[in-house]
Design a protein around this ligand. Structure first.
Ligand code: ARG
Length: 223
């Protein structure tokens, strides 16, 4: 009883639960965003290289324009209150969907720029060796593209982690909301909000180190 009271009443538990919510949303949104981003980038590159997939390319362009042309908070609100407005739906699922769809548009442009950064000669070399279009893309172009875009992809993860702080708009208790709840209940603004900021900062620093390490390893494998 004492333990369960402690866990329920303790203000730090808000932060812990909020942190877990933030991490869960970010993790799954990044997965969706990366998957979507790669698919769209490949569709659009294929269209510009070969002229195939015209309709899909057109749909992707609309998707990218709409997603990048509207704030992610508005997208989140629309998905929650308009699209799923009349059904009882898990808010974390809504947030994952909103941030995943949002991230996909940005990731697709990152991946596309990576594909374009690989010299055209690599493509011609692949085709000369007898690889077909798909094999060239998968075995020669994409591995080099991914190496080039790793810093930008890492940045996208960081953006997404911080961007999930707006999910309090649909009353999701993420890390930011948790800090704000504590602020409201204790009349102390300084401690909870600074704590929240420090937690985000720590996460971002750890993640940046991780990406730098990965970058170095990929660069070393060049030699
Ligand atoms: N804050 C901007 C917006 O509201 C950026 C959204 C997320 N950006 C990203 N790279 N996933 O639209």
């Amino acid at each position: 009883r004492f333990v369960s009271n402690f866990i329920e009443d303790n203000r730090y538990m808000y932060l812990v639960r909020g942190l877990i919510t933030t991490l869960v949303i970010t993790f799954f949104a990044v997965m969706i965003g990366a998957l979507l981003g790669f698919i769209i980038a490949i569709i659009r590159s294929t269209y510009s290289k070969t002229g195939k997939l015209r309709v899909l390319n057109f749909l992707c362009n609309i998707y990218i324009t709409v997603i990048r042309g509207t704030p992610v908070v508005v997208q989140l609100l629309i998905i929650y209150f308009v699209i799923f407005g009349s059904v009882n739906i898990n808010k974390i699922f809504v947030a994952v969907l909103a941030f995943g769809l949002n991230s996909g548009a940005y990731v697709s442009e990152i991946v596309r720029s990576g594909i374009m950064s690989v010299d055209e000669g690599q493509f011609e070399a692949g085709r000369s060796l007898g690889f077909n279009y798909n094999q060239t893309m998968r075995l020669i172009i994409l591995p080099q593209a991914i190496k080039n875009i790793l810093p930008a992809l890492g940045n996208e993860f960081i953006v997404l982690l911080k961007e999930t702080s707006v999910c309090g708009f649909i009353a999701l208790e993420d890390l930011t909301k948790a800090g704000d709840i504590i602020r409201g209940r204790t009349y102390d603004a300084f401690m909870p909000l600074i704590a929240v900021a420090l937690i985000y900062l720590t996460l971002v620093i750890i993640f940046t180190k991780l990406v730098n390490y990965l970058e170095r390893r990929l660069r070393n494998s060049d030699h």
